[in-house]
Design a protein around this ligand. Structure first.
Ligand code: C2O
Length: 556
């Protein structure tokens, strides 16, 4: 049935004028490439030798086939971050969750259809720390003839923000895991692959965005960094925010946007200033006493006709701990909620869940730097243990012993989450999932804990968009907080920051059968175990089941 369907689709796609469907085919060759930045060079893992990697373009409704071939010594998998993957979990990409990784010399074709989504997303490696250099943009244009719900920009530009380590990132994380303590922070941020001149290497060039007076540009900004939330601003120019995470928002003007790893933000910028050069900055946001890379990456907006010796108009990035600047952006986000793009917020809740997110400390006799203990992370005190068989396979083929379905819906120990830490900082561990019926509705409150530090955690849910219906500081109080939820036009996203010392409430409809990873998108927290998965059962209707796996699905 499935292969028959695909054949039909292939045939139908030969006549794109007749049906709204098109095939987009890409080859992603995962290969090593020598790269020089910050006045030193190293070999990095890339797609097609590029950093950032190639942009994947498609239109809403298109079927995308990406043949990924692994030419490096590491196992590899690629995730299409924010693509809903309706019934096609096999193409989602997180290693050992929806697939076994692609081994050296092997390839796998990711095959998915983009349904009901348009905007900017990102793709990235979803294994080890390879996503530090294996990432790129996904641009989903509206269907042909369908306009943007805002004035059409004169030009569109992809802006990928990232982090750069002078040393090999696999060595960085391996060293950290051995020691039990936090890894070294990166040496610089980058804008489209370039840090711009920094004190450690002044000859380092920066990305230049040429503009013409009076024209409007849409920047598709992506935070592909591993561990850092970033502020983005342009000297002398306002940003009109029109979309986040491939969902339209009510447009608003602002000076500075904040983007967490995994999030995307589309802004319109009009070149309405005097001709000249204007500084663009990407700088870290961290409002906890945690070390970050404080090197600001810079680029320039360059008006045509500007004389070469014109000095650049500068801007000062927000201070690292500027919570108010971040909140000013975050609290301005509302779903567009128009007739064409309604906000379908679930009004009733079948599963009312509360998950704590935070760190912990477990014994580790061999961890010298950690004095015999190591930092771990958990959700509801469970430090997730990666399985050796992909969860989706175990689910589909009924392989027992790979996971259990007893992930707790509420914290197993109730304490003052944002107050002084409890006496016992240890976590439990397991490969536990939370099971949901098809089409059930979920309200999930993500509650930060102060074990070690209160900290902002950008949580990403695979397979779904959710609505961020509420947010607050301190401990979530179901009696008083729920009444204040916005069920009309809350922002719709796939990655949401749990505020430092606070909570965020999200709602989603479990209309996608399969196994869906949820984790902190700060890669170090994922590594430490801040992750879990939802298992959504098949429905009874004709289009409500997970499709069977493709024949080239990698084996473990
Ligand atoms: Cu962008 Cu599971 O990740």
């Amino acid at each position: 049935m499935d292969s028959c369907f695909r054949l039909l689709l292939l045939v139908a796609c030969l006549f794109p004028a007749l049906v709204h469907c098109k095939l987009r085919q890409y080859n992603f060759d995962v290969m090593l490439k020598k790269s020089t930045k910050l006045c030193s060079s190293k070999s990095i893992v890339t797609v097609n030798g590029r950093f950032p990697g190639p942009t994947l373009y498609a239109r809403e409704g298109d079927t995308v086939l990406v043949k990924v071939t692994n030419h490096v010594k590491y196992n590899v998998s690629i995730h299409w971050h924010g693509i809903r993957q309706l019934r096609t979990g096999w193409a989602d990409g997180p290693a050992y969750i929806t697939q076994c990784p692609i081994q050296t010399g092997q390839s796998y074709v990711y095959n998915f259809t983009i349904t009901g989504q348009r905007g900017t997303l990102l793709w990235h490696a979803h294994i080890l720390w390879l996503r530090s250099t294996v990432h790129g943009a996904i641009v989903i244009l509206p269907q042909r003839g369908v306009p943007y719900p805002f004035p059409k920009p004169n030009k569109e530009v992809v802006v990928v923000l990232s982090e750069w380590w002078k040393s090999d990132t696999e060595a960085v994380i391996n060293q950290a895991l051995k020691s039990g303590v936090a890894p070294n922070v990166s040496d610089s941020h980058t804008i489209n692959g370039h840090p711009g001149p920094v004190s450690s290497c002044s000859s380092q060039g920066g990305f230049t965005l040429p503009v013409e007076n009076g024209k409007t540009y849409m920047l598709r900004i992506i935070n592909a960094a591993l561990n850092e939330e970033l502020f983005f601003k342009i000297a002398g120019h306002k940003l009109t925010v029109v979309e986040v995470d491939a969902s339209y928002v009510k447009p608003f003007k602002i000076d500075t946007v904040v983007i967490a790893p995994g999030q995307t933000t589309n802004v319109l910028v009009t070149a309405d200033q005097n001709s000249g050069k204007y500084l663009v900055t990407a700088s870290p946001f961290m409002d906890s006493p945690i070390a970050v890379d404080n090197v600001t990456a810079t680029a320039t907006l360059h008006y045509s006709g500007t004389l070469a010796n014109t000095p650049t108009t500068l801007t000062k990035p927000p201070s690292q701990n500027a919570t108010a600047v971040a909140n000013n952006f975050i609290d301005s986000l509302r779903s567009l909620n128009s007739k064409t793009y309604p906000a379908r917020v679930p009004k009733n809740v079948d599963h009312n869940l509360l998950f704590t997110v935070g760190l912990g400390v477990n014994p580790c006799p061999s961890c010298k730097a950690g004095n015999g203990s190591r930092v771990v992370a958990s959700m509801n005190n469970v430090t997730f243990v990666m399985p050796a068989t992909a969860l989706l396979q175990a689910h589909f083929f009924n392989i027992s012993g790979v996971f259990t379905t007893d992930f707790p819906g509420n914290p197993p120990n109730v304490f003052n989450y944002t107050g002084n830490p409890p006496a016992n900082l240890q976590t439990s561990s397991g490969t536990k999932v939370y099971r949901l019926d098809y089409n059930s509705t979920v309200q999930l409150v993500l509650q930060d804990t102060g074990i070690i530090f209160l900290e902002n955690h950008p949580i990403h849910l695979h397979g779904f968009n959710f609505f961020a219906v509420g947010k607050g500081l301190g401990n979530y109080n179901p009696k008083t907080d729920q009444q204040k939820f916005n069920l009309v036009d809350p922002v719709e996203r796939n990655t949401i920051g749990v505020p430092s010392g606070g909570w965020v409430a999200i709602r989603f409809l479990a209309d996608n059968p399969g196994v869906w990873f949820m984790h902190c998108h700060l890669e170090i927290h994922t590594t430490w175990g801040l992750k879990m998965a939802f298992l959504v059962d098949n429905g009874n209707g004709p289009n409500q089941s997970l499709l069977p796996p493709p024949s080239d699905l990698p084996k473990c």
